[in-house]
Design a protein. Structure first.
Length: 81
């Protein structure tokens, strides 16, 4: 007889209890979309600035001046010389 070596050999020993290793895990990650609202606030700021702009104003005056219509005779004589 064989000494119990091999698969087809006649064994003198009774079958042993099975030994279980700790399980090995294979993880299959499955992802699902989940809507996540993200709010982006935009704030418009209107800045108002005062800027000096020249605005020219003109005033008019009328002045009456009296003049003599008679010419000075002395000035005529002096011109002839």
């Amino acid at each position: 007889m064989n000494a119990g070596v091999g698969a087809g050999a006649d064994s003198l020993c009774p079958p042993a209890d099975a030994i279980f290793d700790p399980p090995q895990y294979v993880v299959n990650n499955v992802y699902h979309q989940q809507v996540q609202p993200i709010v982006h606030t935009i704030e418009y700021i209107n800045q108002h600035h005062c800027v000096p702009v020249p605005h020219h104003i003109y005033t008019c005056k009328t002045k009456d001046v009296m003049c003599s219509s008679v010419r000075n005779r002395r000035s005529k004589k002096s011109k002839k010389r």
